[in-house]
Design a protein around this ligand. Structure first.
Ligand SMILES: *[C@@H]1O[C@H](CO)[C@@H](O)[C@H](O)[C@H]1NC(C)=O
Ligand SMILES: *[C@@H]1O[C@H](CO)[C@@H](O)[C@H](O)[C@H]1NC(C)=O
Ligand SMILES: *[C@@H]1O[C@H](CO)[C@@H](O)[C@H](O)[C@H]1NC(C)=O
Ligand SMILES: *[C@@H]1O[C@H](CO)[C@@H](O)[C@H](O)[C@H]1NC(C)=O
Ligand SMILES: *[C@@H]1O[C@H](CO)[C@@H](O)[C@H](O)[C@H]1NC(C)=O
Ligand SMILES: *[C@@H]1O[C@H](CO)[C@@H](O)[C@H](O)[C@H]1NC(C)=O
Ligand SMILES: *[C@@H]1O[C@H](CO)[C@@H](O)[C@H](O)[C@H]1NC(C)=O
Ligand SMILES: *[C@@H]1O[C@H](CO)[C@@H](O)[C@H](O)[C@H]1NC(C)=O
Length: 427
């Protein structure tokens, strides 16, 4: 330091110090949000306000140079570089029941009056990672101002457009946002031609939710199998559409899948020659949801053994007869089985108990809403791993089954509500 000062005159040292301070201060000013991002958000607010929002929302988004947009509601910035990374613009009108009702507020007639998005307005937010626009009655995008404009947002990973009125014109423009990992399109107006060609451009896609739309199996399957070209696709939700059995062989080709939901489709037309066996190709599948599909026992018995499966949901189908179901013990890694709301009855045979006890990891079993009697309890005690057992809404009568219950070794939660017990309660 001494040497340094001796070579430098004092005044120039002070000058250097002042420069340093100035640079430091300027840097510090940038620790608030970036000017161009603030302006973009304000323009977006003005646009949303004149198009979607009826009430005076986003009050913290103030047109005041001193206001730091990183502190605004529904905005998150990167704490290191202060770029906007997360916009949570869901349900801007604070509709109380938006997420609860299917097709809430749907009225085909006033489609033309729905707000159309101008995606260009988001382009200045170049570090955006996550955008949630769900539940805003958005009807689509302005002509030439669709999601293709987002191709410059190289960090956008999560896009939630659920609970809006987007139609078929949307998937095309989404193909440009190649960084997407999560795409939620639940409860929109997608129908007709399945946009496989557009979706396969999203090579990083991990989760695709197109549940609650209007796709059906009446058109030929339009290249659905091409989704197999998405190497990272692990979660696929096709629930509450009208796909029929013919989709199964195509879905079976998506071998990276870990979670597949086919809840509430039109599998009522299924017959036993459905090609369900092709599901065995899904060697990574851990969760399969087939609830609410009118599937009967013979169809379920044709399910192949998917060894990786941990969670099988068969709630609300039409499965009758006694328990267990042939082949269920082949799902040897099953941890959770939901058979609630079916037509099962009777007790387990000894053979049946044995086959169930082979499910060494089965921790959660839901048999509520069937027609079991008291003998089911004793039979189930053979399943040593059981922690959660739901037997509510069955026909279990007589005295409280204290003795039978004491045979369970690991039980933590037991639901026996809405049965027909009588007599004194002795535990
Ligand atoms: C914030 O920015 C820094 C530097 O650019 C980056 O390394 C980090 O991953 C970012 N964090 C988030 C949560 O985006
Ligand atoms: C975005 O912000 C919302 C609200 O602050 C938060 O709940 C959500 O987890 C954030 N999303 C991401 C991907 O960081
Ligand atoms: C959409 O927004 C961009 C950026 O603000 C603007 O330049 C463009 O004119 C807008 N397009 C329409 C059709 O309003
Ligand atoms: C978007 O926001 C809604 C409402 O808070 C939430 O339910 C949904 O999970 C969010 N989407 C994502 C992808 O986080
Ligand atoms: C989709 O919605 C947009 C905007 O409301 C409309 O202009 C277009 O005609 C619709 N397209 C289809 C195929 O329904
Ligand atoms: C199961 O459903 C299929 C198709 O609906 C039908 O063909 C078959 O007879 C049913 N099986 C039983 C055992 O009811
Ligand atoms: C099963 O369904 C397919 C397709 O609808 C049909 O072609 C076939 O005849 C049906 N088989 C039986 C045994 O009903
Ligand atoms: C169980 O259900 C089957 C088929 O629905 C029926 O045939 C049988 O009688 C029932 N058994 C008992 C014990 O209720």
């Amino acid at each position: 330091m001494k040497q340094f000062l001796s070579r430098m005159e004092w005044p120039s040292f002070v000058k250097a110090l002042l420069w340093g301070l100035l640079v430091f201060l300027q840097f510090h000013q940038h620790r608030g949000c970036f000017h161009e991002e603030r302006i973009a958000l304000l323009e977006l607010k003005a646009f949303l306000k004149s198009n979607i929002i009826h009430a005076d929302v986003l009050p913290s988004w103030m047109d005041d140079a001193k206001s730091d947009c990183c502190r605004w509601e529904r905005v998150t910035c990167n704490s290191t570089n202060s770029h906007v990374i997360n916009l949570s613009l869901y349900n801007l009108n604070n509709e109380p029941y938006y997420y609860e009702y299917y097709d809430y507020n749907y009225n085909g007639q006033d489609d033309e009056n729905r707000c159309l998005l101008n995606v260009s307005m988001l382009v200045p937010l170049k570090e955006l990672k996550s955008l949630n626009l769900s539940a805003n009655s958005i009807g689509g995008c302005l002509p030439n101002e669709g999601f293709e404009k987002m191709s410059s947002l190289r960090n956008l990973r999560i896009l939630d457009l659920g609970y809006n009125y987007f139609n078929n014109s949307i998937p095309q423009s989404l193909g440009a946002v190649t960084s997407l990992e999560t795409l939620i399109l639940t409860q929109n107006k997608l129908q007709g031609y399945f946009p496989a060609q557009e979706l396969i451009a999203l090579r990083n896609l991990n989760k695709l939710d197109i549940s609650r739309n209007y796709y059906n199996g009446f058109l030929p399957l339009q290249g659905f199998e091409r989704l197999a070209l998405l190497p990272k696709l692990e979660i696929l939700d096709l629930g509450s559409n009208s796909f029929d059995w013919s989709i199964i062989p195509f879905v079976s080709g998506l071998v990276s899948l870990k979670t597949l939901s086919l809840v509430d489709n039109s599998f009522v037309w299924l017959n036993t020659t459905t090609g369900f066996e092709s599901l065995s190709r899904l060697e990574n599948l851990e969760t399969l949801d087939l609830s609410y599909n009118n599937l009967n026992r013979s169809i379920i018995e044709s399910l192949p053994a998917i060894k990786s499966l941990k969670n099988l949901n068969l709630e609300g189908n039409d499965i009758g007869g006694s328990f267990p179901i042939k082949g269920i013990s082949a799902f040897e890694n099953l941890e959770k089985l939901d058979l609630s709301g079916n037509e099962l009855n009777g007790s387990l045979t000894i053979q049946g108990s044995k086959s169930l006890s082979r499910l060494e990891n089965l921790e959660t079993l839901d048999l509520s809403g069937n027609h079991f009697d008291k003998s089911i309890i004793e039979s189930l005690s053979a399943v040593k791993s059981l922690k959660n057992l739901n037997l509510a809404w069955n026909d279990i009568g007589g005295s409280f089954p204290a003795k039978e219950l004491s045979a369970f070794e690991n039980l933590e939660n037991l639901d026996l509500t809405w049965n027909n017990f009588d007599g004194p309660l002795t535990i």
